[in-house]
Design a protein around this ligand. Structure first.
Ligand SMILES: O=C(O)c1cc(C(=O)O)c2c(n1)C(=O)C(=O)c1cc(C(=O)O)[nH]c1-2
Length: 251
């Protein structure tokens, strides 16, 4: 029997600060900064081939971010929200009056080149791992099918991304000096964008949550997204090195 059928009162919504605290505690436990592959990356224990594999596979995620943001955009209510959200598509694809050179996708391609990957191999995507394709499809389809409360809440992992990226830049400079330094611009730019985007998403989510049940949906969407990121790293970690990386001879 449901709570309402028994006549039980629904639990009251938490104050916004409590919801935020729950999100942060979930992230502390389940965000991909704890994934063993990420831990090894930051400790400087990845081979060139592993770091390249991560960059190539993460590009598949990156290029789908503006796709999922366009799907969210189409579901938003009114010009003000759409005007604000469309900025995310431009952040990745580049400003509408430019050629894409100022966008995150182009910066990630340069990151690829900085670790020694060919631009055509990144763009072609033939070497993307099956598990990475499934994880990214899962995220895009979640944003296609769920209401904005949940799709926007799933982007809230970005509450954690800026600190992780700042740590990543420091770790790469220290442990992987063979990476051309200009490649790190993707992460440096994204620190500020991620802080702004997560603030915006949190404001929307607070405005939309009316009940404890809404808040539980926010936490579930956030958990789902942590699992997307975790599965992506599982796939990258478990892959055998592709033969074309074997000639590096450094593992
Ligand atoms: O490198 C990372 O650890 C990381 C994590 C995340 C994230 O938490 O989803 C994003 C990004 N990077 C990122 O670069 C990015 O553009 C981005 C957009 C989103 C999103 O869900 O809208 N997450 C992330």
């Amino acid at each position: 029997m449901s709570a309402s059928a028994r006549g039980d009162a629904a639990p009251p919504p938490w104050p916004p600060a409590v919801l935020e605290d729950r999100l942060r505690r979930l992230g502390d436990e389940r965000y991909h900064h704890r994934h063993p592959f990420n831990v090894r990356m930051h400790e400087g224990r990845l081979s060139k081939a592993e770091l390249r594999r991560w960059v190539l596979n993460r590009f598949h995620y990156q290029r789908h971010i503006p796709v999922k943001d366009a799907l969210i955009l189409a579901a938003l209510d009114g010009p003000e929200q759409r005007r604000s959200w469309i900025r995310r598509v431009h952040d990745h694809d580049g400003r509408p009056d430019g050629d894409g050179a100022d966008g995150g996708i182009e910066r990630w391609l340069r990151l690829g080149e900085a670790v020694g990957l060919d631009r055509p191999a990144l763009l072609d995507g033939a070497d993307v791992l099956p598990g990475v394709r499934l994880a990214v499809d899962g995220y895009v389809n979640f944003c296609r099918n769920r209401p904005p409360l949940e799709s926007v809440a799933s982007s809230l992992t970005e509450l954690f991304a800026p600190d992780l990226m700042a740590a990543r830049v420091a770790a790469w400079e220290r442990h992987y000096p063979w990476v051309r330094p200009d490649g790190l611009r993707y992460f440096r730019t994204r620190v500020g964008q991620g802080r702004r985007d997560s603030r915006e998403a949190l404001g929307l989510v607070h405005g939309w949550t009316r009940t404890r049940a809404d808040q539980e949906r926010v936490l579930a969407a956030f958990t789902f997204k942590c699992e997307v990121l975790w599965s992506l790293l599982d796939a990258v970690q478990n892959a055998e090195d592709a033969p074309r990386n074997a000639e590096d001879g450094d593992g």
